[in-house]
Design a protein around this ligand. Structure first.
Ligand code: GAR
Length: 205
């Protein structure tokens, strides 16, 4: 199966996924990085990992449909079977999602449905939450909303700072996302309404 990662920024999840593919922990081909941000550090990471990187910036298109159609065209050309959003800070239209129904997944640095949005770690920390975590879910037409594939909880300790919490969350992400991708690639999950059933879950070793 061919995988495309979409990312807008730093790309630490991209690197974790690329590493898992390289080590054979995910049995798929990482064919493509798509970024909407020409200055995103993830682009250099893709080039270093010898993954084709394509920049498709929203500003270069007069409307969202043209922008998304360009991405869809590219995904079809590369025969992509799974789209992995990893810090892609853009909401995809219902049309786009419909084109890749149940083939787009996202990672979110909180336990959804809590703390949706772009600043989930910070929001959970300053809210005073005692527990937060990471969610991997299918993407539907609403933001941070589709059926949940995996979640991992994390206790926020009194001694945690925002920085230490961010580090712990990212560490979890870098293990949980490759695991979820591997489950998808192996066809070990089924969706019934909002419920995702995983028939076999083995941690990546
Ligand atoms: C990750 O923490 C991811 O969960 C978050 O963006 C970060 C990207 O980091 N995504 C969201 O907040 C989506 N709502 P990275 O560029 O280092 O992978």
């Amino acid at each position: 199966m061919n995988i495309a990662v979409f990312a807008s920024g730093r790309g630490s999840n991209f690197s974790a996924i690329a590493e898992a593919v390289k080590k054979g922990k995910i049995k798929a081909r990482l064919s493509l990085l798509v970024s909407d941000n020409p200055s995103a550090p993830v682009i250099a990471k893709a080039l270093r990992a010898q993954v084709k990187a394509v920049i498709i910036a929203r500003e270069d298109y007069s409307n969202r449909a043209d922008f998304e159609n360009e991405i869809i065209r590219l995904l079809k050309k590369e025969k992509i079977g799974l789209v992995v959003l990893a810090g892609f800070m853009r909401v995809l239209s219902p049309d786009f999602v419909g084109n890749f129904k149940n083939k787009i997944i996202n990672i979110h640095p909180a336990l959804l449905p809590a703390f949706k949005g772009a600043h989930a770690i910070r929001d959970a920390f300053f809210y005073g939450a005692k527990v937060t975590g990471v969610t991997v879910h299918f993407v539907d037409e609403k933001m941070d909303h589709g059926p949940i594939i995996l979640q991992q909880a994390l206790v926020i300790k009194a001694s945690d700072t925002l920085k230490s919490l961010e580090e712990k969350i990212h560490k979890i992400e870098h293990l949980l996302y490759p695991e979820a991708i591997n489950i998808f690639v192996k066809g070990k999950l089924g969706i019934k309404g909002r419920r995702v059933r995983i028939s076999s879950r083995k941690a990546l070793s």
